[in-house]
Design a protein around this ligand. Structure first.
Ligand SMILES: [Zn+2]
Length: 606
């Protein structure tokens, strides 16, 4: 993006940028030079990667013959125990012919239950053997059975391996018949990026071999270009900023929930540890929300607040059925009061959270998502509903600011507190109800601006915002919930971007003026929802998310040195090229993490 276009986009974002971005020409796009040493490292829109697992085997040569006949290259995730003196020449020939040979562990275990040392052994041994056979060290691994998690990815990243999952599972190992394999392979082939999972080992593969030609013909007929994964490198180099690495885009698993619509309620406090002891680090907090969410709720919209922490840390929303750290929703510093919105799966009427350091935890529920509701999200062009800075120096403590809202069941707003004089909080609620004993965001004088995303029921009277101490308030509308809008699909939470370890294809701290692009693997127009976090912050500025072909749906984070790590509930529409952008403004350098928990999809999947 040019400097001018970037500044225009920044002007359009709204949300408290005015108060913290230096005026004049001090923000500028960092020059990015592109160094392409070979072809693509992950599928883009209109591209397909054929991938084969569990070889080499007696069937691998027949797969290679079909590929050669069709003039297509593929990516093979091989099992280290099968790489030996007798198979090495085959692997060498595959690599020399232009296929990508990658890592599927040494003995095909579930990786998630293994220790770090065992995971390293599984991956490193296989990489060593592949490199010995082909002369090219794998840069990617695929976890057997999709058994993975943040720890597996982190251990693999420490060995230079990025994770590849898949978008389309043919389940060819079931041997359902070649026609069924073809139909499954083509089921999602509507132009979206495809990574198709098949097998050249692990059993009799005659059906896979019979299906492969028609699969390739069908993809060609739909205009797809065939690419290999991970064997080639593209580097975008931004001096002083994040650099693109060879990691593929993240993949996600959809939790098998039906699409769900919003059931909005007045905010209700469902958990508050301040009446007793702090929540201990690592302890599972299971909060019964069955009395306030819809009977068939699959997810709850929460406001999570941390108070009086004994050290800095973060809050994770975890799966009650399988509690292990997934993604963080609130980052906090010792003693501070910090809040953020979060979307949590509801299992058995409960939501579950874990803190990484001892702290008081407060949980409010503002709504739930249930298959029985058809109230969905309709994104709108960012609209500033109120900015009290235009009326007064600051609002007196206890002021109620009335915010007019469009007619809708509920609104998705970004609420920002600007230049508070003292520590305090804001409460937002529908004006046709009494003010609840909940908080929408917390702030302290150390922060020039604090923003938080919230989904709130609204009514004819609009939204009311109450401030506990002197501060100014900005409310930006980013979407409305109405009948027929896009319904929520929950994912298994996944990390789309982590600049600290290269997850998502970028590595190193983002610099002010820099924009980086991500391919989340969902359809254009879908709206992703999750948490954006900034850490290791130096300087001051902000982060925003946007579709690759538009201005940001919402400005997401204001960051400054000394204010600590910050996180916010965020939503972003996926653009025309099935990508999103992360833009940094101001004079910052910081690490960025983006965790995704679901998406609002315009149409039901097949
Ligand atoms: Zn496998």
């Amino acid at each position: 993006m040019t400097t001018r276009a970037w500044l225009l986009a920044a002007a359009a974002l709204a949300v408290s940028i005015v108060s913290i971005v230096p005026t004049g020409g001090s923000t500028h796009a960092a020059p990015v030079s592109t160094e392409v040493t070979s072809g693509p490292a992950w599928p883009e829109r209109g591209q397909v990667a054929l991938t084969f697992d569990d070889g080499p085997s007696a069937y691998t040569q027949a797969v290679l013959d079909v590929l050669a006949d069709k003039g297509v290259h593929a990516t093979f995730f091989v099992i280290g125990d099968y790489v030996n003196a007798s198979t090495a020449p085959l692997l060498e020939a595959m690599s020399a012919a232009g296929h990508s040979v990658q890592n599927h562990t040494r003995s095909h275990p579930h990786l998630a239950p293994l220790s770090d040392v065992q995971i390293v052994e599984q991956l490193a041994t296989t990489s060593d053997r592949v490199e010995q056979a082909t002369g090219v060290r794998p840069s990617c691994f695929r976890p057997p059975y999709g058994s993975t998690g943040p720890r597996v990815r982190s251990v693999a990243a420490s060995r230079g391996l990025s994770e590849v999952l898949w978008s389309t599972d043919t389940s060819d190992f079931e041997r359902p018949g070649a026609e069924v394999i073809v139909a499954r392979a083509l089921a999602d082939a509507d132009g979206r990026p495809l990574t198709i999972l098949m097998h050249d080992g692990g059993g009799t593969r005659n059906q896979t071999i019979a299906a492969l030609g028609p699969v390739i013909d069908g993809l060609r007929a739909r205009g797809y270009e065939f690419v290999t994964l991970c064997s080639r490198r593209t580097m975008n180099v931004a001096p002083g900023g994040a650099v693109r690495n060879e990691a593929p885009g993240a993949s996600m698993k959809r939790v098998p929930n039906p699409p769900a619509g919003l059931v909005a309620i007045e905010p209700v406090r469902v958990f508050d540890s301040r009446t007793g002891a702090r929540v201990e680090a690592g302890a599972l907090v299971a909060v019964d929300v069955s009395a306030v969410v819809a009977k068939d709720a699959v997810a709850a919209m929460l406001q999570v607040t941390v108070d009086g922490a004994v050290g800095s840390g973060f809050v994770s929303v975890v799966d009650c059925a399988a509690p292990r750290p997934t993604t963080s929703v609130v980052n906090f510093a010792a003693g501070a009061v910090t809040a953020s919105g979060a979307l949590a799966r509801v299992v058995g009427g409960r939501v579950c959270l874990v803190v990484s350091a001892g702290a008081h935890l407060i949980v409010d529920v503002t709504g739930s998502f249930a298959p029985s509701s058809t109230v969905g999200l309709r994104p709108v062009a960012p609209t500033r509903l109120v900015d009290t800075r235009t009326k007064s120096a600051s609002l007196a403590p206890g002021t109620v600011t009335v915010v007019g809202t469009p007619p809708a069941a509920a609104v998705f707003v970004n609420v920002t507190a600007v230049e508070p004089a003292a520590a305090g909080y804001l409460t937002a609620w529908p004006c046709d109800s009494p003010r609840p004993a909940t908080s929408t965001l917390n702030f302290s004088p150390a922060q020039s601006a604090v923003a938080n995303g919230a989904v709130l029921r609204t009514g004819p009277g609009g939204l009311c915002v109450w401030n506990s101490t002197a501060v100014n308030v900005i409310v930006d509308l980013v979407g409305v919930f109405e009948d027929g809008g896009a319904l929520l699909r929950m994912f298994e939470p996944y990390r789309l971007l982590d600049l600290r370890d290269g997850t998502g294809g970028w590595h190193g701290r983002i610099a002010g003026g820099q924009t980086i692009d991500l391919t989340p693997g969902v359809d254009r127009g879908d709206v992703l929802i999750g948490t954006l976090t900034a850490t290791q912050i130096a300087g001051s500025g902000y982060l925003s998310l946007s579709p690759d072909d538009g201005v940001p749906l919402t400005s997401n984070l204001n960051t400054s040195t000394g204010a600590g790590d910050v996180a916010n509930l965020t939503a972003v529409a996926v653009g025309a090229d099935a990508r999103i952008r992360v833009s940094a403004g101001g004079t910052i350098a910081e690490d960025v993490v983006l965790d995704i928990v679901g998406s609002f999809a315009r149409r039901s999947p097949p």
